[in-house]
Design a protein around this ligand. Structure first.
Ligand SMILES: CC(C)(COP(=O)(O)OP(=O)(O)OC[C@H]1O[C@@H](n2cnc3c(N)ncnc32)[C@H](O)[C@@H]1OP(=O)(O)O)[C@@H](O)C(=O)NCCC(=O)NCCS
Length: 423
């Protein structure tokens, strides 16, 4: 079965993130909603949430994250043979986000290109497929690009509103990865048909049974972690030094780790609190700045963890927990590669979080109220309110095709990328 890489390792070689340029400070949202700001900043752990403008969508965010990955990690685009986008922010019932990104990045024609959807689990489904594609030998030395890209939107004034966000995470998956060697074939899974979160086809905002979604997530932690641990004990696995969780809001990761500690591992409250601070805390810094990024949330937590601690974690084992409402969950692990700290430094993972624009509440509400008003026709380049080093959605043409302006530093698109427009 494992023909291509039996003596090799497979995993994450490089990571990059992208977020919209604008954000809303949760203190401003709390004031406007007449809620004590501590409820958002302490009760939910949210500090800022990224807000996508009308020229930003899952395609532009995914393209920006992948462009950064290519530039920062020196990726040879001609060696990509698998490109999957995990997203739950659909822009078309048929054409995948991945096809646009494939065109905008100028990836090879000999490439498996598709989207994966299962709420916030879509990115993990894409990653597992990529890892197994390489481990099976089918990749024949080529690499996989997995991108998670979403805009988390709940109704204005709803309990979900402070847990919005937007962003993308791009992962390069290779043999002999320089960041995290994943344990191929060793995962714990859990699934159950529940209605905790859904978005009917006619709606842009998600619907959620918020408190029920928290309890579904916790059940999934116990189920997936329990299944993984049973196998891990049989294999005699080393302890986990850190764990990154799916982070719909920062406090949820704390609830998850506490539930695992007390319900699954028999720790008391004090030990659970100490374990959380040591093993999970540093993975939450980016989520506090960006908010929920749905499919990318776990991988943004991994990026934050490596950004903060790659140096001390080289050679150590980290756990990863992915949850998608509906629901499915997977717990798996990997080992931080020796030399990862130098790679992480060259990736400048936090760069997209710097130099952002703070929206006032009125501007935020205006953006949200205009949701669904696509630019009428194709916007002239000088009217697109997006820096030229970023990809931009410029509108829908007369044949109802979405049109994008690629970033000026991006790769050259292929000549036959008919539904995309170069600047
Ligand atoms: C998460 C969610 C259910 C919270 O909704 P809510 O009913 O408005 O908020 P709560 O009343 O439960 O308060 C949230 C937290 O803030 C705390 N809090 C409330 N007021 C506070 C204050 N003034 N100061 C400090 N903390 C405060 C609460 O005690 C609670 O903490 P706890 O969860 O540890 O008990 C809601 O934001 C939501 O639906 N989000 C989207 C769904 C989601 O992200 N689900 C996660 C699983 S996928």
């Amino acid at each position: 079965m494992n023909q291509g890489t039996s003596s090799s390792t497979v995993g994450i070689d490089a990571i990059a993130i992208a977020t919209p340029r604008a954000y809303l400070d949760l203190v401003d949202l709390a004031a406007a909603r007449d809620v004590p700001s501590d409820k958002y900043t302490k009760g939910l752990g949210a500090i800022r949430m990224a807000i996508a403008g009308r020229h930003e969508d899952p395609v532009t965010l995914a393209t920006d994250a992948a462009s950064r990955l290519f530039a920062r990690a020196g990726v040879d685009a001609s060696r990509i043979g698998y490109m999957a986008v995990g997203t739950e922010t659909g822009i078309d019932h048929s054409k995948p986000v991945a096809s646009y990104v494939h065109g905008l990045l100028g990836l090879p024609a000999a490439c498996r290109v598709f989207d994966t959807k299962h709420a916030c689990f879509g990115g993990t489904a894409a990653l597992m497929g990529a890892v197994e594609w390489i481990a099976s030998g089918a990749a024949r030395g080529r690499s996989a690009l997995v991108v998670c890209s979403d805009i988390a939107r709940y109704a204005l004034g709803s309990p979900g509103e402070p847990t919005q966000g937007a962003g993308a995470v791009a992962l390069l998956v290779t043999e002999r990865p320089r960041l995290v060697e994943l344990e191929v074939g060793h995962t714990g899974t859990y699934a159950r048909d529940v209605h905790d979160f859904w978005r009917p086809l006619s709606r842009r905002d998600a619907l959620v049974d918020g408190h029920y979604s928290v309890s579904c997530y916790l059940d999934a932690v116990a189920g997936a972690f329990g299944a993984w641990r049973d196998e891990d004990v049989r294999r005699g696995g080393a302890p986990l030094a850190r764990t990154a969780y799916h982070v719909p809001y920062v406090k949820m990761a704390k609830k998850a780790d506490r539930h695992r500690a007390i319900a699954c591992e028999g720790l008391d409250e004090a030990a659970a609190e100490a374990r959380f601070a040591r093993d999970v805390g540093s993975s939450l810094a980016f989520a506090a700045e960006v908010g929920n990024v749905y499919t990318g949330s776990l991988y943004m937590a991994l990026a934050a963890l490596l950004h903060a601690e790659a140096g001390v974690l080289e050679g150590e084992r980290v756990g990863l927990f992915s949850y998608g409402s509906g629901c499915v969950a997977e717990f798996f692990a990997g080992r931080v590669a020796v030399g990862a700290a130098d790679v992480v430094e060259s990736l400048a993972l936090d760069e997209p979080l710097r130099d952002r624009v703070r929206l006032d509440f009125g501007a935020y509400e205006a953006i949200r109220r205009a949701d669904g008003d696509e630019p009428a026709g194709v916007t002239a380049d000088d009217e697109v309110d997006v820096a030229s080093d970023r990809c931009a959605f410029v509108g829908v043409d007369a044949a109802e095709r979405r049109v994008y302006r690629r970033a000026t530093h991006g790769s050259t698109p292929r000549a036959d990328a008919a539904s995309t427009a170069a600047a």
